[in-house]
Ligand binder design. Structure first.
Ligand code: SIN
Length: 481
């Protein structure tokens, strides 16, 4: 290990140059409230320069063989892994998650680079049996072109590599606009990509507080052929509309409202472990966190008691603290949202079984909470909590659970716990979600497709599907045979 978090860059990266600006914005450690660095507050004009750079780099990068591109990506993967500890420290400093989770995310992030380095070599076309004796039909896959990626703060490395690695493997060039709360990991990744030999302009990182202005430029420019976004459904819809004029291809990984169903015949320990993993990962700040925990009447009380006991055992504090497994929320808005959802739920008859308040660890810490007696009229049922609150709803029948689970415009993740394989399979088929965990609270990895249905988004990330998002299919008809 030869880098410390202090060695990572605090300049933006455009066309292979480290770009500074007189306007900068502060990056704050959410655990302490202290400023840890500042980065350039780039403008819409800078975003246009980044598109120029990515456009200029496209012909040479897309002309390389997949094998040559894979060599660069493999080096990038190795460098990320070699710097895993300082990267994890950096992530905990700017995002707040416990160090163990940051270490896990660095490995998770690197896994996309490794996977797509290989998968890029398998961008196969097809030969199609002809309908005319004088013609032959084939399809080839080609890179879509310049890509823009707008990435979130909750996974400051993995949500970048899950987009950038397939784009680069496919032969695209890319501009990343990282979340303003967590730009440092994005810049660190760019530094390591540069070290790995990625040519100038192939990857560009535009740090800015002007998300709207920069987003408008990325969406309006016809040279950008694809937008990939992870974030809220509200912002995703705006970007979707803004991309209409240039008919861009889109991947949207948007909000969720994941149901986690615990049937009477569930293994209690397994269901509690699954709910804990899904609910409290990253302090509840993932799009796939269990948002509504639907528990059948026969197991409800036992499950609620066991979950509350497990929640009480979590150690809350700054992510660098010994044994800490619950860090702060990202900012004051996030805390305010959790407090308002809790106030509404309690006003409407919900009972706080454990937690239910801010924690003395600091202004952005919220106690791990279990709320019982939750009913469909509460805001906490309709909105994404994005905090460490487990909301328990009681149900009687399978049909009721499925109807409740699907009664949302969202459809990202869903979970169910049952020892009855037939019931589990039938329920999994009926759930309106892009991903279903059966007796499992965490399922994300690089080899499986991640994405949602309904208002949770378009397209898939990771797996073979994730590469296809950056490729166009061209049909070639060879006549005169
Ligand atoms: C997300 O919350 O957007 C990503 C979660 C994951 O990759 O598991």
């Amino acid at each position: 290990m030869d880098m410390t978090p202090d060695d990572f860059p605090t300049s933006a990266y455009i066309g292979g140059e480290w770009v500074t600006s007189k306007d900068r914005f502060a990056v704050v450690n959410p655990a302490t409230g202290l400023v840890i660095a500042s980065v350039p507050d780039l403008t819409a004009a800078d975003a246009r320069r980044a598109i120029d750079a990515a456009s200029a780099a496209l012909p040479a990068w897309s002309a390389k063989t997949a094998k040559d591109r894979a060599a660069v990506l493999r080096r990038w993967n190795e460098l990320i892994l070699a710097e895993a500890e300082p990267l994890a420290q950096l992530m905990t400093a700017e995002q707040g998650k416990p160090l163990a989770e940051s270490r896990g995310e660095v490995a998770y992030g690197a896994s996309f680079v490794e996977w797509f380095a290989e998968e890029g070599k398998r961008a196969y076309g097809r030969t199609i049996p002809t309908t005319a004796a004088s013609k032959r039909y084939v399809t080839i896959k080609q890179p879509i072109g310049v890509v823009a990626a707008i990435t979130p703060w909750n996974f400051p490395i993995a949500m970048i590599t899950r987009k950038v690695a397939p784009a680069l493997a496919a032969g695209c060039t890319i501009i990343v606009k990282p979340a303003e709360d967590t730009p440092l990991c994005a810049l660190a990744l760019a530094k390591l990509a540069e070290k790995a030999g990625l040519p100038e302009g192939v990857l560009n990182v535009v740090t800015t507080r002007n998300a709207r202005g920069v987003g408008e430029v990325l969406c309006a420019d016809s040279r950008v052929r694809k937008l990939t976004f992870t974030g809220s459904t509200e912002v995703g819809k705006v970007l979707y509309r803004q991309c209409a004029d240039t008919v861009k291809k889109l991947t949207l990984e948007l909000g969720g409202n994941a149901p986690l169903i615990v049937f009477d015949d569930a293994d209690l320990d397994q269901a509690v472990a699954g709910a804990m993993a899904s609910k409290y990962r990253n302090a509840g700040q993932t799009c796939v966190c269990a948002n509504r925990i639907l528990v059948q009447a026969g197991i409800y009380d036992r499950f609620a008691d066991a979950l509350a006991k497990a929640a009480q055992s979590l150690i809350i504090g700054p992510g660098t603290g010994q044994g800490v497994n619950l860090g702060p929320l990202i900012n004051a808005e996030a805390i305010a949202k959790v407090e308002s959802l809790m106030a509404d739920a309690v006003k409407r008859g919900g009972t706080v079984k454990t937690g239910g308040a801010k924690d003395a660890a600091g202004s952005l810490f919220y106690k791990p909470t279990v709320l019982t007696g939750v009913t469909a009229d509460m805001d906490i049922v309709g909105q994404e909590i994005f905090g460490p609150v487990a909301a328990l709803i009681k149900f009687e029948t399978d049909d009721e659970a499925i109807a409740l689970a699907n009664s949302t415009p969202f459809g990202l993740a869903a979970y169910l716990f049952s020892q009855n394989i037939s019931r589990a399979w039938k329920t999994a088929e009926k759930l309106e979600a892009g991903m279903v965990g059966v007796n499992e609270g965490i399922f994300s990895n690089e080899v499986v497709p991640f994405g949602g249905v309904k208002e949770s988004g378009l397209g898939r990330e990771g797996a073979a599907e994730g590469l296809d998002e950056y490729l166009e299919t061209k049909f070639i008809c060879l006549g005169g045979i």
